[in-house]
Design a protein around this ligand. Structure first.
Ligand SMILES: Cc1ncc(COP(=O)(O)O)c(C=O)c1O
Length: 809
């Protein structure tokens, strides 16, 4: 028996007190008056559900949102104090964790006492309101399960150094007190169910509890449940309700989310494994703890059944509410008994063995002098050279990435609407795990036989049409384009190249020649004599525009000029290169009919057609996996990079057996790290995630919404000249005058910098630096699009101008 004094929330004699005591019953008007008088918040109050307290959501005039919490008069003030102190502690040690922040009164008091009816006194507190969707309403897929586990672990980690004299209070939902519920099981009417619950509780008391008492213990949240966890897309953004804080074995914290989230899950053990692996990645679980999880989850279910049946006897009027989860908890208990402990333990152990530990201190540190922005910039300048560009007037010092978010050194979450390389989301757990698992197993090169490189080549080529059936693996987009150049020259015997004006294809010596965008033409350099350019088929501001019905044909005819000009210089085309989203030209999708006609002309002159899918590939354009598929053409060579490895340096060339054979007649090909087992494991994981999470379809859906949102903005903001792109590759051209099309470069820079200040990252593109570049990780969803739209609305009228700062990448 516990020796602590009976509290008001345990199973003991006074257990019902808080639940029995009449909940506070203040009106919304009274709540508004309390907020104004005692907390200096001028706000409208809206009641929130609460069984035993009274909570109001406050919407303040300045846009901030708060929760006014009026505690049940029977609540132990020491427990309220513990919750408040815990919130303050967490906010200090892990400021980036999404938890409510405590709002003090103007005198610095953490709570305020007010008088109510019949001489009762009430403790009132104010916490910040956390936005987000409840996990209860979200679909659980693997990434989310992991994130729930990781959030539980981060919370517990933040609470490690915390203690409070009330932490050992008696609590109904304290797993270590589960055997006390044995005195209440007679309320369970259904005999079979009662027997199972009793067996589980008895087993727990006799076998599990002695083991549990030997595990590490601390204050834990103890209720990371569906109703307390906030999510956005695949990401957990916060946890609320610290009412079940308790000093208990650490591993108990995992029992609540597992017990709830695996319920009705099609593969409950896999779901439990995901949550556990997410936890383990932050705080490594010990083997003994892993062995206990099955019993802790079963016991939690048994507790739910016992408590529901007991409470419904006292409150028959609330039967529906109290018994809501009873059936499901009971069914889960039966199912778990069928599995047995070993099966779950094996799955959890395997999941943890392949999970990767994250060093939490990496992102909870407060910035020291060393990390200070100016000093970092200075050191970078010295070591990397002064010319290496940094994006934004106020550069972003990033320490962590997650999904569509980049987190800076102050713990601020920035919505990443710019980076297409982490295409399936920053640090996607499936990709990270694949990388770690393979790096820990084997990494070698393609001179050895291993399956993954073949499997990966199979998977890639299965997405390509025609004879595009051979892969050559390298490490960057530039290298892929460089290799494509060698292939084209070897196969055609020609040495000329045709590229778009303002094209960019990479950094090697050969590819640099194919990249007028970066070639220093503005600095007086001229392109190599074997290169000819054609204008981008820009129907908005190019030399031929959409108002001319023949404008596409006219752009196609430019190929005749390019071929003739090469011929005049003694060259025939070996290859024509095209970036399918014409990124460096200011982002545009070639008009229908253009590409097939252009390919015909190039081929007739003896050249090959190279689709540079480094920017456009891997589902980015939404309707297709590859950009060229929208144009009814089959290129001779396809080059892949950037999103292929979600950030790992890898790239590929996909071409036909005949073209490869031509190069091999002349020379050999081997890349030391290209196509190594780690790269292949990552490449396969990226393809898996793209498929499993339907990211290409999402790019089509969310991209279309985002474009139409921005188009609507154009009605109010004449600065917006044209909105272009496909899927989640969007360009917004800004002009000072819609008739003269005068480029609004300074305004573009000002908007990009202002959006960065507001927490949304976008970039600048195009030869005139007047195109907003929006190409977020593909896990970007409708809510993120709304957030971006709201931010652009605030910025579109911006008057403050800034110097351009490039964001090429
Ligand atoms: C269309 C295109 N091709 C190739 C490259 C070069 O890729 P990497 O920087 O990986 O060498 C880039 C880079 O921005 C690109 O935009």
């Amino acid at each position: 028996m516990s020796t602590t004094p009976q509290s008001k929330t345990g199973v003991g004699a006074k257990a019902e007190t808080v639940l029995e005591a009449q909940a506070p019953a203040f009106s919304a008007r009274e709540a508004e008056a309390i907020a104004q008088r005692d907390f200096d918040i001028q706000a409208s109050a809206h009641p929130l559900d609460s069984e035993r307290d009274q909570n109001f959501r406050l919407r303040a005039k300045n846009g901030s949102e708060w929760v006014l919490k009026i505690a049940n008069p029977a609540e132990n003030p020491a427990l309220l104090d513990m919750q408040t102190q815990a919130l303050l502690h967490i906010a200090q040690v892990d400021p980036s964790l999404g938890i409510p922040r405590v709002r003090a009164t103007p005198d610095g008091a953490l709570f305020h006492e007010i008088d109510g009816a019949e001489g009762r006194r009430f403790i009132v507190r104010v916490l910040s309101f956390l936005p987000g969707q409840l996990l209860d309403d979200a679909t659980l897929h693997p990434a989310l399960g992991r994130d729930v586990g990781a959030m539980a672990a981060r919370l517990a980690r933040a609470l490690r150094g915390f203690f409070h004299p009330a932490a050992r209070h008696e609590l109904l939902w304290d797993l270590t007190q589960a055997p006390a519920l044995r005195t209440r099981t007679h309320h369970i009417e259904e005999q079979g169910r009662r027997r199972v619950v009793e067996e589980v509780l008895d087993h727990f008391g006799a076998e599990v509890l002695p083991q549990l008492k030997m595990q590490r213990a601390q204050v834990i949240h103890n209720d990371v449940s569906c109703m307390n966890t906030l999510v956005e897309g695949n990401r957990v953004t916060g946890v609320i309700d610290f009412g079940d804080l308790i000093h208990a074995p650490l591993v108990c914290d995992l029992a609540v989310p597992i017990a709830e989230l695996i319920r009705e899950h099609p593969d409950p053990i896999a779901a439990a494994a995901e949550i556990t692996a997410g936890y383990h990645a932050v705080t490594a679980l010990e083997d003994e703890e892993l062995r206990l999880i099955f019993d802790l989850v079963s016991t939690r279910c048994a507790m739910e059944v016992a408590v529901a049946n007991w409470r419904v006897c006292d409150h028959p009027e609330n039967t529906d509410y109290i018994m809501a989860g009873n059936q499901e908890a009971g069914a889960q208990l039966d199912q778990m008994r069928e599995w047995g402990a070993e099966r779950m333990y094996t799955a959890l152990r395997r999941a943890c063995a392949t999970s990767v530990s994250i060093e939490v201190s990496d992102f909870t540190r407060t910035p020291s002098y060393e990390d200070n922005m100016q000093s970092l910039i200075e050191r970078r300048r010295q070591r990397l050279g002064p010319e290496l560009e940094l994006s934004y007037d106020k550069p972003v010092h990033v320490v962590r990435g997650e999904g569509v978010w980049l987190i800076d050194d102050t713990g601020r979450w920035l919505l990443d609407a710019y980076n297409n390389v982490p295409s399936v989301g920053h640090c996607h757990p499936t990709v990270v795990q694949a990388l770690a698992r393979q790096a820990a197993t084997l990494n070698t090169n393609t001179r050895y036989l291993y399956k993954s490189v073949i499997e990966y080549a199979d998977r890639l080529t299965a997405t390509m049409p025609g004879e595009l059936s051979v892969c050559m693996f390298v490490c960057s987009g530039s290298e892929a384009n460089d290799l494509a150049w060698r292939l084209a020259k070897a196969h055609t015997g020609n040495a000329g190249g045709i590229v778009m004006e303002d094209a960019y294809h990479g950094t090697t010596d050969a590819v640099y020649e194919l990249s007028p965008a970066d070639y220093g033409i503005d600095k007086g350099r001229t392109l190599a004599k074997y290169i000819a350019t054609v204008p981008a088929p820009d129907g908005y501001r190019g030399q031929f525009r959409r108002d001319d019905p023949q404008y596409v044909d006219r752009y196609v005819e430019c190929f005749d000029d390019a071929i003739a000009s090469l011929d005049a210089r003694g060259f025939a085309p070996a290859a024509y290169y095209l970036d399918l989203v014409l990124c460096s030209n200011g982002i545009m999708i070639p008009p229908p009919g253009y590409l097939s006609a252009a390919f015909k002309k190039v081929r007739a002159a003896g050249g090959l057609c190279v689709a540079d899918e480094v920017q456009s590939g891997f589902g980015r354009t939404g309707d297709h996996m590859w950009g060229f598929e929208a144009h009814d053409v089959v290129p001779d060579i396809v080059t892949l990079g950037k999103p292929i490895g979600n950030g790992l340096s890898m790239a590929a060339v996909v071409t036909t057996p005949a073209i490869v054979a031509s190069l091999m007649k002349e020379t050999d090909f081997f890349s030391t790290t290209g196509g190594n087992p780690v790269a292949c494991a990552v490449g396969l994981a990226v393809l898996d995630v793209l498929e499993q999470e339907g990211l290409q379809e999402r790019a089509a859906r969310v991209g279309a919404k985002l474009r139409s949102q921005i188009e609507k903005l154009a009605d109010q903001h004449p600065l917006i000249g044209e909105v272009r792109g496909a899927g989640l590759f969007i360009g917004v051209e800004l002009v000072r005058d819609r008739s003269t099309l005068e480029p609004a470069a300074k305004e573009t820079a000002a908007i990009v910098n202002r959006m960065r200040e507001l927490g949304v990252l976008v970039g600048i593109e195009g030869p005139r630096c007047n195109v907003l570049k929006i190409r977020p990780p593909l896990v970007f969803d409708e809510n993120h699009a709304l957030q971006l739209g709201a931010c652009s609305t605030r910025c579109a009228g911006t008057r403050r101008l800034a110097g351009a700062s490039s964001t090429r990448g």
